[in-house]
Design a protein around this ligand. Structure first.
Ligand SMILES: Cc1ncc(COP(=O)(O)O)c(C=O)c1O
Length: 489
């Protein structure tokens, strides 16, 4: 972490936010590997300056470091393969396409030896366009349409992750009518909820996803919804039951929650195999590995998480006397999140004064402190996470360096919502002015994917930069795109 400078600290800042000694520094875990400052002070990615990117593609713009994406994908695959080599011969890593998906990314995922997790017919369409073989693709969703189920069968998907008993019957009946067997994983809710720095285990599930493992969820004493589904799947002529799946949450730093879920699922898998005389050869432990959005976030390396999970799988299988099923995982954010920053241009600046308790020298009275609003040319339409989840981000001045004093700033968008905040609290140089470029790191996951056309803003493009050259992998929308679907007066 960069050393802090307490003299410029604002009482309006949240406790976790310290004043960096050097406002121009790029704090490591938040940025993609090839991002650095050029000799002129402007940011560059893989040798391409943000000035050049703005000139060629405009702003706002998602700027993705392709080699960083590939390295993170490969790190997951290699670390989990190594940790699980002696347990089940390696791990299948499904990149969670919901975090960010386009055909170029599918290609990279495949080239790095990963598979693809999708959650809708639209995401399957991207997979098909990219040409990834169906057996390397999974389909999720708690409300799959008949068209989506048929599309999954047409594409001969490696797995359909079934979310409910009703869906199991629909998938089974559809496959049977086609004279096929659908390859099915059952999504269970193990009662483990992980939440960034901690996890809680509960007996019951109150959420839309998955089949509960709690034993009174079917109205039949001792029978869980999960067991009911296993029994139904094992008996259904249209179903090939591959195994079990869970996903305990997102932006999780500690491996304990993953390990506990793995243990619960393995115990259940062993009990079901024995009771119904079946073998379930696969177990998917989902995604959810956290990344750094701010300087105080401390994500764990993939290898550390892999080791912790492998230790539990190894010991639980030994205790149960079963062979480990083939393990798979579904990271999204931890692969793509930190590969990307959003480049914005600064427009209007405004400083307000906000009441806050004074220091001892103010005699305990309230004092007003400045908060500066820095408006940029995007906002909640390209990053909904601050509004949706209260998510924190960080930002730096990207077009140049500055030796001006730090000023507590709030980076806001241009939408007609006062909640349209991109970075709630960040120290930026006090000479930031209209026309400067700002970069917000960690926007690779669930930003472009959740983008909208609110206020008829065109969605930004996504540019991939590698070895000194930049290419659009998703074109930004034009005004014509925005008007295309308007059927006229
Ligand atoms: C079933 C499932 N798998 C994987 C993921 C990916 O999670 P993350 O991007 O946090 O790794 C999600 C995210 O919601 C999910 O629902």
């Amino acid at each position: 972490m960069t050393a802090q400078d307490t003299t410029n600290a604002s009482p309006l800042a949240p406790e976790w936010l310290t004043v960096p000694r050097d406002l121009n520094a790029l704090q490591e875990p938040m940025w993609a590997r090839t991002v650095e400052r050029n000799d002129d002070g402007g940011l560059a990615v893989a040798g391409v300056s943000v000035a050049a990117l703005k000139e060629q593609f405009g702003t706002p713009l998602f700027v993705m470091d392709e080699s960083d994406f590939r390295a993170r994908a490969r790190a997951f695959k290699d670390s989990f393969d190594a940790a699980f080599a002696d347990i089940c011969g390696g791990v299948d890593v499904y990149y969670a396409g919901k975090s960010f998906l386009c055909t170029a990314v599918v290609k990279w995922v495949e080239e790095e030896g990963l598979r693809l997790d999708t959650a809708s017919g639209g995401e399957l369409a991207v997979a098909a366009r990219a040409g990834i073989p169906g057996e390397r693709v999974a389909l999720h969703g708690n409300n799959k349409s008949d068209a989506e189920i048929n599309r999954a069968l047409d594409m001969k998907l490696g797995r359909i992750v079934v979310d409910s008993l009703a869906e199991l019957e629909r998938v089974g009946a559809t496959a049977q009518a086609r004279g096929e067997e659908a390859k099915v994983m059952l999504r269970l809710t193990p009662g483990v909820h992980a939440h960034t720095h901690e996890f809680i285990a509960t007996a019951h599930e109150d959420q839309k996803f998955g089949l509960s493992m709690a034993e009174d969820t079917t109205g039949q004493a001792g029978l869980s919804a999960a067991e009911e589904a296993v029994a139904a799947a094992a008996a259904h002529p249209g179903i090939e039951l591959l195994g079990l799946h869970c996903h305990i949450g997102s932006q999780i730093f500690e491996p304990d929650g993953f390990a506990l879920a793995a243990e619960k699922l393995l115990r259940f898998l062993a009990a079901m195999q024995e009771k119904y005389s079946i073998v379930m050869p696969e177990l998917d432990l989902g995604g959810g590995y956290g990344i750094a959005y701010t300087p105080v976030d401390t994500p764990r390396p993939a290898a550390e998480i892999a080791e912790a999970m492998a230790a539990v799988v190894r010991s639980t299988c030994a205790e149960l006397g079963i062979d480990s099923p083939r393990i798979s995982i579904e990271p999204g954010r931890a692969i793509v999140g930190s590969t990307t920053f959003t480049l914005y241009e600064v427009g209007t600046l405004k400083t307000v004064r906000v009441d806050a308790p004074g220091t001892a020298s103010d005699g305990g009275n309230n004092v007003t402190y400045p908060r500066r609003y820095v408006s940029v040319d995007g906002g909640m339409s390209d990053n909904a996470r601050p509004v949706l989840y209260d998510a924190d981000y960080s930002a730096v001045l990207a077009s140049r360096t500055s030796s001006a004093a730090p000023q507590l700033s709030r980076v806001v968008g241009k939408h007609c919502e006062s909640g349209d905040i991109v970075v709630r609290d960040v120290y930026l140089p006090e000479d930031v002015a209209a026309g400067d470029l700002l970069a917000v790191p960690g926007t690779g996951a669930y930003c472009w994917a959740l983008s909208s056309n609110y206020n008829y803003l065109a969605r930004p493009g996504v540019v991939a930069v590698r070895d000194g050259s930049a290419r659009l992998i998703v074109r930004g929308e034009t005004e014509e795109d925005l008007l295309n679907r308007d059927m006229g007066v």
